[in-house]
Design a protein around this ligand. Structure first.
Ligand code: ADP
Ligand code: ADP
Length: 226
């Protein structure tokens, strides 16, 4: 599903953010990516979204070589990858329903489909009753649920979560992680960048450890510190 071969990414100012990474993630895996601030985790996510180009090496996602992808095909590619972030990134002037529906409207989904899919996604994340609420009327955990519903409504193959619990209390964090596990159990490949030691230690998933732009650990059913 995701294969990196000898990937290097240096920023124009000469900073080597990724210094030679080879990695394979199978369809349906649940993977944590951990590492200190500055170890290259966000750069890795941006490379997978083709927001950045590798300086060296190749990246393949779903059999597609990203290096060779035409510019005009990038939006379509990104739609098959759901993303959530620490700061939720919801549209503040749209209600919950519209925040999720928006993801479908941009790919010109028939209204009939949207009216079926959006409530289904909101039920999945446990927010069916709050469809008329605006982001400011929701707790952090609820806002992240909306972000998850939006990320999933177009049935992505992969869900990338960059510090999804960074702004949430421990109990809410565990609930969001449980949801990510459910989403994974339904077949979506899930990659989670996190600093949350408790969660990584509890869930016992594959853990990829990064340090200074290289992979220093990659273990199945692991914890935060090996
Ligand atoms: P992490 O997500 O693990 O905190 P990043 O991928 O953000 O790590 O950063 C990796 C390295 O690349 C750091 O040394 C950081 O300062 C540097 N870096 C990140 N973004 C840029 C940029 N746009 N320009 C120059 N250097 C950058
Ligand atoms: P449009 O005609 O602009 O596509 P809709 O008729 O789909 O608008 O929806 C108008 C508003 O009604 C939406 O902003 C949403 O809040 C609400 N809405 C419509 N259908 C549903 C539904 N099935 N579940 C929850 N809210 C809905």
């Amino acid at each position: 599903m995701i294969t990196l071969e000898n990937v290097v990414k240096s920023y124009p100012n000469g900073v080597g953010a990724i210094n030679g990474i080879s990695l394979h993630i199978d369809r349906g895996e649940f993977v944590f990516i951990v590492g200190d601030s500055g170890s290259g985790k966000s750069t890795l996510i941006k490379l997978l979204l083709k927001e950045l180009e590798p300086t060296e090496g190749t990246i393949r996602v779903n059999g597609v070589l990203l290096n060779r992808m035409k510019k005009r095909n990038i939006p379509k590619y990104r739609r098959k990858i759901g993303c959530v972030f620490q700061d939720f990134r919801l549209l503040k002037d749209r209600n919950v329903y519209e925040n999720v529906a928006f993801a479908q409207r941009v790919i010109v989904t028939p209204t009939k489909e949207i009216k079926k899919n959006v409530p289904a996604m909101l039920s999945l994340v446990g927010l069916a009753e709050k469809y008329k609420s605006f982001p400011r009327q929701l707790s952090g955990g609820e806002q992240q649920r909306v972000a998850l519903a939006r990320a999933l409504v177009n049935s992505p193959d992969i869900l990338l979560a960059d510090e999804p619990t960074g702004n949430l209390d421990p109990k809410t964090s565990r609930e969001i992680m449980k949801l990510l596990e459910e989403i994974n159990a339904r077949g979506t490949t899930v990659l989670v960048v996190t600093h949350d030691q408790d969660i990584v230690n509890t869930l016992k998933k594959r853990v990829i450890r990064m340090q200074k732009g290289i992979i220093t650990g990659d273990e199945k059913e692991s914890g935060y510190i090996g």
